[in-house]
Design a protein around this ligand. Sequence first.
Ligand code: G16
Length: 551
Amino acid sequence: NNKLRYRTVYAFAREMYPKTVKSDISYGTAGFRTRATDLSYVMYRMGLLAVLRARYKNAAIGVMITASHNPEPDNGVKLVDPMGEMLEQSWEKWATKLANVTDDKLENVMNDIINEYKIENMNDRPEVLIGKDTRPSSPSLAKAVVDGVLALGGKPIDYGIVTTPQLHYFVVCKNTHRAYGQPTEEGYYKKLTGAFKKVRGQNFNNGNYTNRVLYDGANGVGAKKVKYLREGLEGSLLVDMYNDEIIGSGKLNYLCGADFVKSQQKFPTGLPQDPNLRCCSVDGDADRIVYYYLDEDKKFHLLDGDRIATLIAGYLKEVLEKTSIDLNLGLVQTAYANGASTDYITNELKVPVACVSTGVKHLHHKALEYDIGVYFEANGHGTVVFKDSAKKRLKDALQTNNLSDEQKEATDKLLNIIDIINEAVGDAISDMLLVETILHSRGWSIKEWESAYADLPNKLLKVTVENRAVITTTDAERKCLTPDGLQREIDSIVSKYPKGRSFVRPSGTEDVVRVYAEASTKQDCDRLAAEVARKVFELAGGTGTPPEIPQ
Ligand code: G16
């Protein structure tokens, strides 16, 4: 019987979803990402893999179809593990193998996986939760995933258009048998807004904080979803929506959204340019958020993931101290974190800080080592995770009658704050509610938030090279190993600039090499970035026009 069923799996693969692309693709920072037209067979195969993973873990698995910050013609797919984490790294290589094998060898790789993991429950019918963003290519790619899941006898549950973090949340809800919340969109909004309103109380404004935020939805799913969120907020937070043209407008992430604002360090299109308004932008699948404002002189001020992380860590530390419960708090960053933020965390907040490679999977994993782990990439991707034991201690403490009023209030507040947070993965909507909660509680305007420390001028550049895999890195991507001599050149360039720091790494989501630089002045920083980019171009097989070095 099984044999018969498998035969249809592979016949279907050959007939309906043949491998049309010769070049290999690899499971990168956030799954597979490339032109949408090249992805049908990859999707079908990921449907198959999701069923194997679900059978192996005896749990529901998620599949998200999105290319997030990439341009609209791209698409992608990432698998979500049972507790909302990104697919375990040891399976990434299987995902890559399965995606690249020719149609006639597909069966062999499937059998290799079944044997490697001794998957015996091949008749089980596990659930595979599927979500997609607003790209015009997403529906047909989602169908390919569904077909893969069905072919192997899994049970696809299609959530339609949802944000990436919503899908992660649904997976966790399913696998905790709803202890984490209801696995529905309504359940998601209810949980977050319910906790938000509780902490906010009846006074929607406080001190210099006003409860209006301008929200750039990047013309994507993040815009679509905030409309529902607003209803749940019942006026406690006024979210003014901009850039909410969705499906097929061609404007997804175009001159707007978190990636544009962060990497271009520019005010997005479509928002009113009035001074001192608190604005935020999310990205194409709403798992990243950055804040910003224009001052009286129309100067742009960015409050990125580092700022959000420090705001959260500083606040949680204070509330935690008030509870008198001894839990450790740590913060996780990547090499992109601004040096000034790391100094502030270490010297002012006195919170331990760790640095890991790019990619939420690395940050999330590291953050789980702390009782309370705050993690953020500078690009605005992050959240807070709490150990179960930490949550239990907070809950247990509330049950005892030994707490002072202040301790009780702080413990209760912390427990409510946990419910505002989507611990499954970085979530723009949940992060926005958390930032707004903290600013409200402190009575801060966006300027007061910014005054904690001064960012070092920094710059991100992209260099196109023939094969970005020639660049390999070590030390949480802060040093490169190959091509030979590149790191030596970078060190010597950096040494010319006060407070200079720069590193290069191949992107895991786009076909480019990324160059990051920071220095004490903007002029130095721009020059440093350009000099390093030029070296990458020279030593790593650059294509197109060589980067220009400003005079
Ligand atoms: C994804 C990852 C992020 C990463 C970003 C850029 O974000 O989830 O962790 O920072 O790509 O990665 P890279 O520099 O390797 O291209 P998103 O929002 O596009 O899913």
